[in-house]
Design a protein around this ligand. Structure first.
Ligand code: GLU
Length: 474
């Protein structure tokens, strides 16, 4: 069997969309499963819309997801001369022809089709010009595009996800392969580059399905071997609409910034279309490489379910090594932007916090949202908590308890809890009344992990300082 060679071919006109990332992942998994090559081609032929920063951002996001190209990255704009050469070859072999219509004339044809409520199809007027007229027009320097001459019949291919797929050629327009300014279009560039890169499988989104017969017709006209085609299902949001950034982030980098782990996002995106045999949901990359097959890729669109992503991410956080999480937390833009300065804390302290919080985090950013108090003294105290727990008859008891804490030596959660319960019993109040206040004063919140474990980690000085501040302010 020939070598498996696949490519991911993004246009650098935007960041790496999660849909694009999913396409890259399926290419990558298939290549790794088959011991083949995964290549990257940046389709940067549109000088107005392609930006090199965006190419770099795409590559960065792919690297973050753990995917690198097995050969040097191909920049499509460097191959334009070759695309032109092939367009001329098609012209020479009679598979393409000069088309002299101006854009205004084509617009007229388009409007006419609209008025007649039929799909627009180029009327082939230029194909019917006599050889002499064509020569004359060329000699006059009349501008022209080159159109591919779609043969009669049907175009059939076996898509590895959709199965046998047939298009009637009569439904296919004689598409332009070279514009009147001499620039080749996507349709030919992609065929030439895929051929030259010896791509064996073209794996891309469903939105390209209708391009496939046109591309196959070109392979056939050029006498080139046809690759296999695989079209992946669309990704919809929970309302069954196209993913839109108004509802959820669509940029891969944004998920990184929001505290998702790269392996968790990779795992989640793979499940958008691929189902492991046992329907397992948390599956490592190594395992996915082993089990990946197009036979288990669904034709139907997949739903981007944020709840599932959060759950998968929480599972990855739970199963991550604490040192790895410390590294990620230290590198987090969000945590830094929110004023968490990890340089002020020892790795031991950070690891104890992470161990305690791990079970509660959906994302790394939750470390701030749920546990900022470990790193910053609270400035505000939950208002409802104040109304509910900071009540007249308890105030002096809590003050008294806080004084005892200042002198308490055995700063361990169990001892601290015993101390509080003993104290409460002595004063004939419920322990919970003190516990709520202890939590509120130390964290500013009404919910936290077990407060005695929290204050054991925080340490005596830090805990007492917070209680002091609380008493000053309230
Ligand atoms: N550059 C195309 C896109 O971003 C991909 C072309 C292809 O995969 O054939 O949609």
């Amino acid at each position: 069997m020939n070598e498996i060679r696949v490519r991911f071919a993004p246009s650098p006109t935007g960041f790496l969309h999660v849909g694009g990332a999913r396409t890259a992942i399926f290419n990558w998994l298939f290549a790794k499963n088959k011991n083949g090559k995964f290549l990257l081609r940046i389709e940067d032929t549109d000088p107005e819309r392609s930006k090199s920063e965006l190419s770099e951002q795409i590559i960065r996001s792919m690297n973050w997801l753990g995917m690198t190209a097995d050969e040097p990255i191909v920049y499509q704009a460097l191959n334009i001369e070759r695309h032109k050469q092939v367009a001329l070859e098609l012209l020479g072999s009679g598979n393409a022809y000069y088309a002299f219509e101006t854009s205004e004339e084509l617009e007229e044809q388009r409007k006419l089709a609209q008025r007649n409520k039929v799909p627009f199809k180029y009327n082939r007027a230029s194909l019917n010009l006599s050889e002499e007229t064509v020569k004359e027009f060329l000699a006059e320097g009349k501008p022209y595009a080159i159109r591919f001459k779609v043969p009669e019949g049907v175009t059939e291919f076996n898509d590895l996800v959709h199965g046998n797929t047939t298009f009637k050629n009569s439904d296919i327009d004689d598409f332009v392969i070279m514009r009147s300014d001499g620039s080749p279009v996507y349709m030919i560039a992609v065929v030439v580059d895929d051929h030259d890169m010896k791509i064996s499988h073209i794996i891309r989104g469903d939105d390209h399905l209708s391009n496939t017969p046109k591309q196959i017709l070109m392979y056939r006209a050029l006498g080139w071997d046809e690759p296999e085609f695989v079209h992946l299902p669309m990704i919809l949001d929970e309302e069954k609409k196209k993913l839109s950034k108004r509802r959820n982030p669509v940029s891969t980098e944004e998920y990184k910034d929001k505290g998702y782990l790269s392996d968790a996002l990779f795992n989640f995106l793979t499940l958008l279309g691929f189902a492991p045999e046992n329907n397992a949901e948390v599956v490592s990359k190594e395992e996915l490489i082993k089990i990946f097959t197009f036979e288990r890729v669904n034709k139907k669109s997949a739903v981007f379910d944020m709840k599932k992503l959060n759950w998968i991410n929480s599972e990855y956080i739970r199963n991550s090594d604490t040192d790895e999480l410390i590294g990620l937390a230290k590198g987090s833009k969000y945590l830094a932007e929110n004023g968490i300065d990890f340089t002020k804390f020892s790795d031991l302290y950070i690891s104890l916090v992470i161990l305690l919080m791990k079970e509660r985090l959906n994302t790394l950013n939750d470390l701030y949202d749920f546990g900022a108090y470990f790193f910053k003294d609270p400035e505000n105290f939950d208002e409802k908590g104040i109304i509910k727990y900071w009540i007249t008859e308890i105030k002096p008891v809590f003050r008294e308890f806080s004084e005892e804490l200042e002198n308490f030596e055995n700063w361990k959660s169990q001892e601290l809890e015993e101390k509080l319960r003993f104290f409460a019993e002595n004063r004939q109040i419920k322990a919970a009344q003190l516990i709520h206040l202890l939590r509120l004063s130390v964290t500013g919140k009404t919910v936290s992990p077990g407060i005695f474990e929290v204050i054991e980690i925080m340490g005596k000085d830090s805990t007492n300082r917070r209680i002091y501040n609380f008493l000053q302010k309230n």
